[in-house]
Write a protein that binds this ligand. Structure first.
Ligand code: PEP
Ligand code: MN
Length: 333
């Protein structure tokens, strides 16, 4: 980190600043130029509040040279993180398919879809029990009962399960869940992230609707700094001016996040597009861009789905897509 001082800084204020930095264990290299004095900070500057420094009378500007995330940073941890759940591995160079309905609706529905997607090559089963819906009048999910049914579907299919938490109070219900999803709307729910940092379970962290790469990575850093390093990042589309698709899949997010972090990165073509017919081409694009996996909404009867029917592909369509992706991956990896 570098602090650029204003011309002729007040000596007292400068000494106070140097004392403060020293107390934080930071050593300072002072360079006096013709018109400017620059302080180069050496040490762990991660906990320094840049805005507080900028607010000082003698400071003109502060620049970070190192990225503000340490635990997720590829530069400090060059090896890929591989997350293993049951027989599935995310981040090992393969393309892991996570498939299932947006919401768990009944035992029959979730068990039927689970068996079908397993037979088609999915490695994990998704299904929402707590649904963060835009309208309070829409189906909110089967909640506790939904998790019970999802566990049942794991028993009949053998697939590990992924489901979304919307509040830390729900944590006791997630004890037997394999991967906990944090949805786009909760990406910056820092109290929730801190609680998830204290548990020993993989977290699937979805990018917020208008979150930058740095904001997503810093949210992962919240979980990791609590002690839980098992974080999977998910690009699920962001808000743009385009309204034809539900969101816009930011394809560059995949290589960027893989370059800057060592965490597995997956893509969600269902929420990114909002349209079932776009799921296959966008899945192929994400796989080609290097995604470690895809999370895809699959329903046995999309027109009757209680949520996200328009973007849900049928079981037969998933079977076909899975086959195509296998061929694609063979060609490009
Ligand atoms: C979901 O996966 O069903 C979901 C609500 O996703 P997102 O948080 O990305 O909107
Ligand atoms: Mn959904």
């Amino acid at each position: 980190m570098v602090i650029i001082l204003k011309n002729d800084p007040n000596e007292n204020q400068l000494n106070n600043l140097l004392c403060l930095l020293e107390k934080k264990g930071i050593s300072v290299q002072k360079t006096v130029g013709v018109s400017k004095t620059i302080l180069g900070l050496v040490g762990d500057t991660g906990a320094i509040d840049i805005d507080a420094l900028r607010a000082l009378d003698i400071v003109e500007d502060v620049k970070r040279i190192q990225e503000p995330f340490r635990l997720a940073n590829r530069k400090l941890h060059p090896d890929d993180t591989i997350i293993k759940v049951g027989n599935a591995a995310i981040g090992d160079g393969s393309l892991t398919l996570i498939a299932g309905p947006c919401a768990i609706e009944s035992e029959e529905q979730i068990c039927m879809i689970a068996k079908s997607v397993k037979a088609s090559g999915a490695a994990l089963l998704r299904g929402g029990a707590f649904k963060p819906r835009t309208s309070p009048y829409s189906f909110q999910g089967l909640q506790e009962e939904g998790i019970r049914l999802l566990i049942k579907a794991r028993e009949v299919s053998g697939l590990p399960i992924v489901t979304e938490i919307t509040d830390a109070e729900q944590l006791p219900l997630f004890e037997d869940v394999d991967i906990i999803q944090v949805g786009a709307r909760n990406m910056q729910n820092y109290e929730l992230l801190k609680r998830l940092g204290k548990i020993d379970k993989p977290i699937l962290l979805k990018r917020g609707l208008s979150a930058t790469y740095d904001e997503l990575i810093m949210s992962a850093e919240y979980i990791m700094s609590g002690g839980n390093g098992k974080v999977i990042l998910c690009e699920r589309g962001i808000r743009t001016f385009e309204s034809y698709t539900r969101n816009t899949l930011d394809i560059a997010a995949i290589p960027v996040l893989k370059k800057r972090t060592h965490l597995p990165v997956i893509a969600d073509p269902s929420h990114a597009t909002g349209k079932a017919d776009l799921v296959a081409p966008v899945s192929a694009a994400a796989a080609a861009a290097g995604a470690d996996g895809l999370i895809i909404e699959v329903h046995n009867d999309p027109p009757r789905a209680l949520s996200d029917g328009a973007q849900s592909i049928r079981c037969e369509e998933f079977e076909e897509l899975s086959r195509q992706l296998k061929t694609l991956v063979k060609c490009i990896r």
